[in-house]
Design a protein around this ligand. Structure first.
Ligand code: NAD
Length: 254
């Protein structure tokens, strides 16, 4: 039985078939959910459209979360096509690649603000924009990383943005809980995606995660997709405000 039949969700952050957002899209589609997708930048549209079609979706809209007009257009399009939204997946993060080298203290004001805008504020903004459409409750899901809690080599300002994102998850969960809306941050172990390719020495990070994790394995986008889909199910309706590690248990190891 499809556990998400009749549910409608917005998936933001697919860049290609290695994206975490794509792993999540496949998993919720397998449970019968109907999906809308966004992509950032015309070039990515060529990649995202065929992926969306492969899960039965023709609803593909360009959206830059740093651009108010672009967000307004997305939500006008959504409200025009769907009466109700049940879940949103926010798998978006960005910083100036130069900030992922050298020292955190050298982060510029401009890049600090832009990184926090795209990687953190955008989730709060989406929650506010999605709320009028989430008339039957649902879930808001974002992606974080353990660099929010521990100092990870080269993660720098992204770690600060993820810490703020996790705090935002708790505040949004507390405020929207009475409306039946649940909010979570998913914290996967390292995966070789387009975003991760900008982090120097990422291979070493993956080797360490694999050798130290209790599971002795790296996670895949499907592992992350399946666990995230679980959180979006009605059966998970009393779970909210959590940071869920999907990392083979790596976070418990010194
Ligand atoms: P990815 O490159 O496939 O996805 C990142 C997405 O962010 C892209 O689709 C990109 O277009 C989008 N994006 C960036 N700036 C944007 C903007 N202004 N407006 C709209 N979209 C924008 O990489 P990914 O690893 O799948 O990243 C997804 C999320 O997972 C990110 O939040 C990332 O920090 C998080 N994460 C990744 C890992 C990892 O090891 N890859 C681990 C933990 C958490």
């Amino acid at each position: 039985m499809a556990l998400m039949a009749g549910k409608q969700g917005l998936i933001m952050g697919v860049a290609n078939d290695r994206s975490l957002a794509w792993g999540i899209a496949k998993a919720v589609h397998a449970e019968g959910a109907r999906l809308a997708f966004t992509y950032q930048g015309g070039a990515l549209g060529k990649r995202v459209r065929p992926l969306a079609e492969s899960v039965g979706s023709g609803f593909v809209v360009e959206c830059d979360v740093a651009d108010e007009t672009s967000l307004d257009q997305l939500f006008t399009a959504l409200a025009g096509q769907w009466e109700r939204l049940d879940f949103v997946v926010h798998a978006i993060g960005a910083t100036d690649p130069s900030a992922l080298r050298g020292k955190y203290v050298d982060t510029t004001r401009a890049n600090f603000l832009r990184t926090l805008d795209i990687s953190c504020f955008s989730f709060t903004d989406l929650a506010r924009r999605a709320l009028p459409l989430m008339t039957a409750g649902g879930s808001l899901l974002t992606l974080t990383y353990a660099g929010s809690e521990r100092v990870m080599p080269n993660y720098n300002v992204m770690g600060v943005a993820k810490a703020a994102l996790e705090a935002a998850v708790r505040y949004i969960a507390a405020e929207l809980g009475p409306k039946g809306i649940r909010v979570h941050a998913i914290s996967p172990g390292p995966l070789a995606t387009r975003a991760a390719s900008g982090i120097p020495e990422f291979d070493e990070l993956m080797d360490k995660a694999q050798s130290k994790a209790p599971s002795r394995s790296l996670v895949s986008i499907d592992d992350v997709g399946n666990a995230t889909a679980f959180l979006a199910l009605d059966g998970a309706k009393l779970i909210t405000g959590s940071v869920l590690y999907i990392d083979g248990g790596y976070h418990i190891i010194d």
